[in-house]
Design a protein around this ligand. Structure first.
Ligand code: URA
Length: 209
């Protein structure tokens, strides 16, 4: 699977195992999604371009490095994507945050878009599109469609748990989008849940049912 990367960092893998446990309450679940989001951001931002900058230290003038090129936007897919935003912002505090609202029809499992609110200059930004779960891929594909319609060209999709079905669907629809996950799970079940997965990420984050 090209353009696809499982982030195998030991801290991420350890925290993800705790996150999956069904007895983890809302508080801990939220904290872990935040922490894993931050660690994922560290890995996903490895290839951000740098440029030279001349600075003055208290001792001398020197040429050092600073981030160059396109600025960043974090775009969570509502609602579960919100859980990853603060963690990423801890590392990239100047990033703008857009939102794409999707709900999944419980019968057809088809996603529907109900909200798109993005930074004005989205077309010139590197985008981290985030959603903890890449299940059928329907929401991710629709969200990327939506971003591209508004001029976005540089999109990374960042999730915590992916199903092979979702990865394949997203790669087929948008081969230019790089996909990062903390785990490639086994499959989807007949209700569209990832197996073994962690259940409904939105419900577990927000304490709903
Ligand atoms: N969305 C979730 O929150 N969990 C799944 O397993 C699949 C989709």
């Amino acid at each position: 699977m090209s353009n696809f990367q499982v982030i195998n960092h030991p801290l991420i893998q350890h925290k993800l195992s705790i996150l999956r446990r069904k007895d983890m309450g809302t508080k801990v679940f939220r904290e872990l999604v935040d922490e894993i989001g931050m660690l994922m951001a560290y890995e996903v931002s490895r290839d951000l371009p740098l440029e030279d900058v001349e600075i003055e230290t208290p001792i001398t003038t020197t040429t050092q490095k600073q981030l160059a090129g396109k600025k960043l936007a974090i775009v969570p897919i509502l609602r579960a994507g919100i859980g990853m935003v603060d963690g990423i912002l801890k590392l990239i505090p100047a990033a703008k945050v857009g939102h794409i609202g999707m709900y999944r029809d419980e019968e057809t499992l088809e996603p529907h878009e109900y909200l798109v609110k993005l930074p004005e200059d989205i077309s010139s930004r590197q985008i981290f599109l985030v959603d903890p779960m890449l299940a059928t891929g329907g929401s991710a594909i629709l969200a990327v469609d939506s971003l591209k319609k508004r001029g976005a060209t540089n999109i990374k999709f960042v999730c915590l748990v992916a199903a092979p079905e979702g990865v394949q669907a997203l790669q087929k629809a948008h081969p230019d989008v790089n996909i990062y996950t903390a785990s490639l799970d086994e499959k989807l079940n007949e209700h569209g849940y990832i197996v073994p997965g962690l259940g409904d990420a939105g419900d577990r984050l927000f304490g709903t049912k």
